[in-house]
Unconditional design. Structure first.
Length: 128
C-alpha cells in the first residue's frame, strides 16, 4: 500500500531507516531493530515488513516462499497476505503482524511501535 505524507504523522510509531542493501524483487531479508525481529520482503508491489516468526508455530518466515501477494511459511505451508497479514491458508489461521513501511527520497523506513503501541500494516510502493 502506498504511503504518503510525513513520517511524523503516524502517532504511536517511531520511524527508523533501513540501512544497507535491500532485497531485490522476489526476495526477503531478516532484520532486528529496537527489539523487533522482522522481515523486509520486496514483491512486485513494493516493500512489506512483517514479524520474522510465523504466528502459528514460530518458524522463520524468511526461509519460506515469497509470492506476489503472500508469504508461505516453510513449516506448515500457512499463507499470509502481504497487504494485511490475514491468514489465507488455512482461513481460520492466526494473523501475521505487519509493520508500516515508507519510501522517502529512495530511503526505506520502518515504523516500529513506540511505548508499547501496536503497529498497523501497510506496504510501501517505490518512488514516493
Amino acid at each position: 500500500m502506498e504511503r504518503r505524507g510525513s513520517l511524523a504523522e503516524d502517532k504511536g510509531l517511531t520511524w527508523y531507516p533501513i540501512v544497507g542493501p535491500l532485497p531485490p524483487v522476489g526476495e526477503m531479508q531478516r532484520r532486528t531493530m529496537q527489539g523487533h525481529d522482522f522481515v523486509i520482503a520486496r514483491s512486485v508491489d513494493g516493500y512489506t515488513a512483517f514479524n520474522a516468526a510465523c504466528p502459528h508455530a514460530s518458524a522463520a518466515l524468511v526461509e519460506g516462499d515469497l509470492r506476489s501477494h503472500y508469504v508461505i511459511c516453510p513449516l506448515h505451508n500457512y499463507r499470509f497476505a502481504l497487504a494485511d497479514g490475514r491468514c489465507l491458508k488455512p482461513k481460520d489461521g492466526p494473523r501475521l503482524r505487519l509493520y508500516q513501511v515508507n519510501v522517502r527520497d529512495g530511503q526505506l523506513w520502518v515504523g516500529l511501535p513506540s511505548r508499547g503501541g501496536e503497529a498497523g500494516g501497510a506496504r510501501a510502493a517505490e518512488g514516493l
